[in-house]
Design a protein around this ligand. Structure first.
Ligand SMILES: [Zn+2]
Ligand SMILES: [Zn+2]
Ligand SMILES: [Zn+2]
Ligand SMILES: [Zn+2]
Length: 393
């Protein structure tokens, strides 16, 4: 394991902070330290104002996401839904055009994969599996220093991580060294990668990136930073509130507008920990009522909230009439709501609006995350349509 000094040096080199301070876009007002939460974290060394850029990170590796439900897309430009897809004869990666095939990105990918001995013909290689493993495959392109940096990050070493890499061995003879590095990359990616947002109106294959500095940020359900991406896939991390010298700098690993049960399940499944922060411990989530459900008792206008939010088996209680509802009934309702939302066509504005106005608020309070999410989607859709104007100030 790298010492904090070694890690700090790597971080500074990665961010390009070792050069002339006058040329830098920003100065680092933070250091890496042991965090009281365990592991390492970033801490402010001086007071930071809201809106200040803390750092601009870029990915060590990036590429398609590894989930089994990944949609078929070009492995260079990520375009979806073209009927012109073809497989490269040398490496079997899926491509959309000759220009993507001739790109330096494909050249690099192709060089690695075609160096492995094929066990089957190129047509028989599962191109979707290859896409899912591609981000980990790209770890083989890193130089020694970058590999060491990647290795120093936290990894989820559990059997369910790295399966997409192991499955590649059905199709290729891969040197053991490469397999080991790719499995490690996959475990590091699963622990740290950020989903890269697709710009508005673009249909693209889901992408993820290993942003090594951002991945040193610990999680908080009420983070003091936010981030966005520029067109070069750089991640710009800014303070969203004043951060005092000495305080830890946090990001949020889940949807910010998700209610506590959704956030905690997601954190447990993807990051393998149960958050116990103030927001998670407060049944009302600081008065936002994001997870609240309507009281089951006839005319009662109250909301159901978990009695002990840090226990996943907690009963829920109406804060008006005191009705108690066992956790199982709540879970059934939540999954029914989940399937209802899953069946919606988010491209159909009329359906979305009707659902929002007439149906969903019969069952859940307007504060519930599902309603808030629908509102955001409607704003997102309407905000970009002709003849629609934003009247808010
Ligand atoms: Zn393409
Ligand atoms: Zn190729
Ligand atoms: Zn939390
Ligand atoms: Zn009630």
């Amino acid at each position: 394991m790298l010492s904090i000094e070694q890690l700090s040096q790597m971080v500074h080199a990665h961010l390009g902070l070792n050069g002339n301070a006058n040329e830098a876009q920003y100065t680092a007002k933070w250091i890496i330290k042991e965090s009281p939460l365990g592991g390492r974290g970033l801490f402010a060394t001086e007071d930071i104002a809201s809106g200040e850029v803390l750092f601009v990170d870029h990915p060590l590796i990036s590429g398609p996401r590894s989930g089994v439900l990944i949609r078929r897309g070009c492995t260079v430009c990520c375009k979806l839904n073209t009927n012109k897809f073809f497989k490269c004869h040398k490496c079997s990666l899926l491509l959309c055009s000759e220009s993507c095939q001739d790109s330096s990105i494909h050249d690099d990918d192709c060089g690695i994969i075609s160096s492995w001995h094929n066990k089957v013909s190129f047509e028989e290689v599962d191109a979707t599996l290859l896409s899912r493993a591609l981000t980990a495959i790209r770890a083989l392109l890193l130089n020694e220093e970058q590999k060491q940096f990647m290795t120093s990050l936290q990894a989820h070493v559990l059997p369910q991580h790295g399966t997409e890499v192991r499955e590649l061995q059905q199709y290729f003879e891969i040197p053991e060294r490469d397999i080991q590095l790719m499995i490690l990359a996959s475990c590091v990616l699963d622990a740290n990668a950020f989903q890269i947002a697709t710009s508005y109106g673009k249909e693209e294959m889901g992408k993820r990136g290993l942003y090594p500095v951002s991945s040193l940020l610990n999680h908080n359900c009420v983070p003091n930073t936010r981030y966005n991406y520029n067109s070069d896939l750089q991640m710009i991390v800014k303070a969203v509130k004043p951060i005092q010298a000495g305080c830890e700098i946090f990001t949020c690993y889940t949807g910010l507008l998700w209610g506590t049960p959704a956030r905690r399940i997601h954190l447990y499944k993807t990051k393998h920990f149960l958050c116990k922060c103030d927001r998670c411990a407060d049944p009302t989530e600081r008065g936002t009522f994001l997870a609240a459900l309507k009281c089951f008792s006839g005319e009662c206008p109250g909301s159901l909230l978990p009695i002990e939010p840090l226990k996943s088996s907690s009963s829920w209680r109406c804060f008006e009439c005191g009705l108690r509802v066992p956790c199982d009934n709540i879970c059934t309702l939540q999954s029914a709501l989940g399937s209802l939302i899953g069946s919606l066509d988010f491209g159909n504005l009329v359906e979305l609006e009707n659902f929002y106005l007439c149906r969903v608020t019969k069952y859940i309070p307007k504060t519930n995350q599902i309603v808030v999410d629908l509102q955001c989607r409607l704003i997102w859709e309407l905000g970009e349509r002709e003849n629609h104007r934003w009247h808010g100030k």
